[in-house]
Write a protein of this length. Structure first.
Length: 192
């Protein structure tokens, strides 16, 4: 799993297929990212062999076959695999995932969709806690994530059953992590 997620193209494929959940072919991905089809197809096959994605449709195209894939399981809930990744790989994956969340938020602000709905929401807090407090936060976030994933699945199934319902993209992200102390952040910013 570390080898799978440590390659930026494979991480981007899984990210694109999970946020939002969608089917994707190597040619669609390659065209959107400006990557050669041969390179992208190789990475799709690696993810397919690893059981991360599967072929759900084969479309004949000018003497070739375009394979369309969908995710087998949501990338964000690979708890066991995540813990087996090395620290460096986890940091790279976390930076890539958070970078995508920040990019989506920035695009929504720039395009005027962030506050399009009166009930849009953004929360942020940093607080001093102890081990018990960390456990309380972790349990709450885990429960909310599991509930959100089940809700997302129900929404996806409902929309697949009713193609007439108007739809729009929505983004959410959740994170809990130990923060560096303010004096450490200040020293890092000053270069000291």
């Amino acid at each position: 799993m570390a080898k799978l997620l440590s390659h930026p193209i494979r991480f981007a494929i899984l990210n694109d297929m999970n946020t939002p959940f969608r089917r994707l072919s190597p040619s669609e991905f390659g065209d959107s990212r400006g990557k050669p089809l041969s390179t992208v197809s190789y990475h799709f096959r690696i993810l397919d062999r690893a059981g991360c994605i599967k072929v759900v449709e084969e479309i004949p195209r000018r003497g070739a076959t375009e394979h369309v894939y969908e995710p087998v399981k949501r990338a964000m809930v690979w708890k066991g695999e995540w813990m087996r990744l090395g620290s460096v790989v986890r940091q790279v994956v976390a930076a890539s995932a958070l970078g995508n969340a920040v990019q989506q938020t920035g695009a929504a602000i720039d395009m005027g969709t962030f506050d399009q709905r009166e009930d849009s929401h953004l929360s942020h807090d940093t607080l001093w806690i102890d081990e018990q407090g960390w456990e309380e936060l972790h349990v709450k976030f885990q429960r909310h994530l599991e509930d959100l994933l089940m809700t997302s699945q129900r929404i996806r199934e409902r929309l697949e059953a009713d193609s007439e319902t108007p739809r729009f993209l929505a983004t959410y992200f959740m994170a809990t992590f130990e923060s560096p102390a303010p004096d450490v952040i200040g020293k890092a910013a000053d270069g000291t």
